[in-house]
Design a binder for this molecule. Structure first.
Ligand SMILES: [Ca+2]
Ligand SMILES: [Ca+2]
Ligand SMILES: [Ca+2]
Length: 238
């Protein structure tokens, strides 16, 4: 508010930009005083509504396995439905309101675009929002293989399990074994079970289980041979 003096007259100038929260009827009361008296002047100032662009936020933790949700708000309401497009590196990965982060998203930026029609102006808005870099969560390694389950006396036997880890934790693998045959050696760095049984070691070893850990979690994956977790090594004497 500014006050200008022009001879015996004063001009009061009231300036400002009304926001969405000021929409409606505003009652203004001006009060001016000198050292002898006070006078009032009242008037109504109506602020009419205009279209405001909405906003888009992403809720959820930017971490593998977490679900991100796109939230659109527009004070003027939304006409019809909102369409969503989730992208990673320019490739569309989902079109729903939410998206659950996967291993492929780790160390990537995810961007969502929400498109809607404003209920007041009928303007079609397209809003964008991006996450920060998506954090990894460790996944347990998987182990598989089809071992020979029969070896002759004095014959060399060797089995190497195959292992995969989607976090690329190859360097920290450690293997363990249950019910290791007496005649065989086990390498905890590679998971290789090998050896040559002699005449006195002929017999059946059952319940052999080889496991692998990626070092960062105490979660073990069992060697799963087509659903059978027990290997049997039958030795023949001839
Ligand atoms: Ca709007
Ligand atoms: Ca992971
Ligand atoms: Ca892992």
């Amino acid at each position: 508010m500014t006050l200008k003096k022009d001879g015996d007259q004063f001009t009061i100038q009231l300036t400002g930009i009304p926001r969405n929260k000021h929409v409606g009827n505003n009652q203004v009361q001006l009060q001016i005083s000198d050292d002898k008296s006070t006078v009032f002047h009242e008037f109504n100032l109506e602020v009419t509504n205009t279209d405001d662009k909405g906003s888009l936020t992403i809720k959820g933790k930017p971490q593998q396995n977490e679900t991100l949700r796109a939230i659109v708000t527009d004070d003027d309401d939304i006409n019809g439905s909102i369409s969503y497009q989730w992208q990673r590196g320019g490739e569309t990965i989902a079109t729903g309101e939410s998206y659950t982060l996967a291993q492929e998203d780790v160390n990537q930026i995810i961007t969502v675009t929400a498109t809607y029609t404003d209920a007041r102006s009928d303007v079609k808005y397209s809003l964008n929002k991006s996450t920060g870099s998506i954090e990894n969560v460790n996944d347990a390694p998987t182990i598989w293989g089809i071992p020979e389950n029969l070896v002759d006396q004095d014959e060399y036997y060797s089995f190497t399990p195959k292992v995969e880890d989607i976090d690329d934790d190859k360097l920290s693998f450690s293997f363990s074994i249950e019910n290791q045959p007496d005649w065989a050696e086990f390498d905890s760095n590679t998971g290789i079970l090998s050896g040559t049984p002699n005449n006195y070691e002929v017999g059946l070893t059952s319940g052999i289980v080889i496991s692998v850990s990626d070092g960062s979690v105490k979660e073990w994956s069992l060697l799963d041979i087509f659903g059978c977790r027990k290997l049997q090594f039958l030795l023949y004497n001839f």
